[in-house]
Design a protein around this ligand. Structure first.
Ligand SMILES: [Zn+2]
Length: 195
């Protein structure tokens, strides 16, 4: 259960596993830890439990290899040492932070992958227009939680409009994070990876 800005209660688990399997068919799934744990406050054993138990369960449920995660909780929710630890001891290949850049560059370190913006960013529409003007390879990386859209009636329609605008941008393709990761590495290493 979450409380929205207007203190409305919103369910974070309103879908059953069977419903989730239908809703997210064909969608890339990533870990967000087992308990939305503040990883910087956890010892290393707990970090592994939170991440590995979570992605093993997700792999069982969704029948896909999980190679990505998003650091849970409020900033600061990760640091360099934690990112390196996760990369070394789990099968996570990329991890999204919540540090929005408002830029369109590809990540320097995929284990500290900063998004462009939150889907409800107050500047979202302007940022999308800037992205549509880009002449070179550019990455518009969006993040958000589905439950945040239930806080009030305006949010779903605002995000639907934003996505409709993004879908109109010529020469832009919509990719899940894992595909961006694979294409980036295939290009920089000159070889194809099957991930
Ligand atoms: Zn979260």
């Amino acid at each position: 259960m979450y409380l929205g800005d207007d203190r409305r209660e919103v369910l974070g688990n309103k879908n059953t596993i069977v419903q989730a399997l239908n809703i997210y068919r064909g969608v890339e799934v990533a870990s967000h830890t087992r308990n939305h744990a503040p990883l910087l406050k956890c010892d290393r054993v707990r970090v592994l439990e939170e991440i590995v138990y979570d992605y093993l369960r997700l792999e069982d449920i969704f029948g896909q290899k999980i190679v990505g995660m998003a650091y849970p909780g409020r900033i600061p929710n990760y640091d360099e040492a934690l990112a390196q630890f996760i990369a070394q001891y789990t099968s996570v290949c990329f991890a999204r932070t919540t540090l929005c850049t408002h830029r369109f560059d590809f990540p320097v370190d995929f284990m500290q992958w900063h998004p462009t913006m939150h889907i409800l960013d107050v500047q979202a529409e302007d940022i999308v227009e800037k992205f549509s003007d880009c002449q070179e390879d550019a990455l518009l990386f969006l993040w958000g939680h589905a439950f945040e859209l239930d806080y009030d009636e305006t949010r779903w329609s605002r995000v639907e409009k934003l996505f409709a605008r993004i879908a109109q941008i010529e020469n832009a393709v919509c990719l899940p994070c894992g595909e961006v990761y694979r294409r980036y590495h295939a290009r920089t290493t000159g070889s194809q990876t099957d991930g």
